[in-house]
Design a protein around this ligand. Structure first.
Ligand code: 5AD
Ligand code: FES
Length: 345
């Protein structure tokens, strides 16, 4: 398998058969070699620096009903909340003082937050923190809306494609949502000028090796600046409550594969990864990730933004998380830096 890994490192892509062989090889040797090559490639570009993003989960209202997601519209047990503009700005202030230079505004698709309100919030954050990058993660919008947010000052946009396999997409989403529109949104964001992130869950119900290969091909085609992947974790109030969670090992292998495919990519070791294994984020960094996204949401709403069960850091203050994260990264020879953490060309 080493020859396939070395080919991936050199050519940044593989045939379907080679991807399949690599993905279905569950030996520790292969995983270790992948992580070793991915780490070497990452080190060349980003050194041992880890970029932090302050995640502000500003609304858990959502009009969509994705079968896997804990804040889906159909979950009557979700305790809904919205942060005010002032609360969001308070999160930024706390975050700035802790060394964050990127803020990520993430929320469900919440009609209360009209384009006008989002533009207003984006402008306020960029006016208060002109040296910071602002990332939006608020779902599918029209070209015009994306353009308005960009012109207001938003720099980056995260929109996981969730799965690039049409048939699989239909099994985990209600019929109102389509892969075609999802992809179009990502191309629109790129065209407008955003640094764009796509991504998917590892081990989501009905995912096959073939669906993952489709994901890898789509990622290659889109050539995003960021890729967010984490294990699927069931949420007790969703149709997928009894489904198995995604595997740590496969998530780590995919982080390494994505690093080798897109050497410069900004790749987070996600909260979901940290939630299924006590050292998940450390292992993710050692597999080739170079970003972590500690939570900046106010403590009293953290337990309400639950996309999946057993989410970590829901009882901690932002200040506690950043200290914890710095120590975690130090323990594996990495360093959290005060930086916007832009994509390096
Ligand atoms: N397990 C893991 N990740 C999830 N997400 C949503 N629900 C779950 C879950 N149950 C991910 C989706 C979404 C991102 C914000 O969180 O990929 O795009
Ligand atoms: Fe939040 Fe460790 S990062 S408590």
């Amino acid at each position: 398998m080493k020859d396939i890994v070395l080919k991936l490192e050199k050519e940044h892509f593989l045939t379907d058969d080679e991807f399949k062989a690599l993905l279905e090889d569950d030996s520790k040797e292969t995983a270790d070699f992948l992580a070793e090559r991915a780490s070497a490639v990452k080190k060349e570009i980003y050194g041992n620096q880890v970029y932090i993003r302050g995640l502000i989960e500003f609304t858990n209202y959502c009009k969509n009903d994705c079968y896997y997601c804990g804040i889906r519209h159909g979950n009557a047990n979700a305790d809904r909340y919205r942060l005010t503009k002032e609360q969001i700005l308070d999160c930024c202030e706390v975050g700035y003082n802790l060394g964050f230079r990127t803020f990520v505004l993430q929320g469900g698709e919440d009609g209360y937050f009209t384009d006008e309100r989002i533009v207003d919030i984006v402008k306020a954050i960029k006016a208060g923190y002109p040296d910071c990058a602002l990332t939006l993660s608020i779902g599918e919008k029209s070209y015009e809306s994306y353009k308005a947010f960009y012109e207001a000052g938003a720099d980056r946009y995260l929109l996981r494609h969730e799965t690039a396999d049409e048939c699989h997409y239909g099994k985990i989403h209600p019929k109102e949502l389509s892969l075609a529109n999802r992809k179009q949104c990502l191309y629109n964001l790129k065209e407008i000028g955003y640094q764009v992130g796509c991504g998917f869950m590892v081990g989501s119900p009905f995912q096959t090796t073939e669906s993952i290969i489709e994901d890898l091909k789509f990622i290659k085609e889109l050539n995003p600046h960021m890729v967010g992947i984490g294990p699927f974790v069931p949420h007790k109030d969703t149709p997928f409550k009894d489904m198995a969670q995604g595997s740590l090992e496969l998530t780590l292998k995919l982080l390494s594969i994505i690093r080798l495919m897109l050497p410069h990519v900004l790749l987070p070791a996600t909260t979901a990864l940290g939630s299924i294994n006590a050292l998940g984020r450390e292992k993710g960094i050692l597999a080739g990730a170079n970003v972590v996204m500690p939570n900046l949401s106010p403590r009293d709403v953290r337990k309400k933004y639950l996309l999946y069960d057993n989410k970590i850091c829901t009882g901690d203050e932002a200040a506690e998380c950043i200290v914890c994260m710095k120590n975690r990264m130090k323990s594996i020879g990495h360093e959290v830096v005060i930086s916007r953490g832009d994509y390096k060309n």
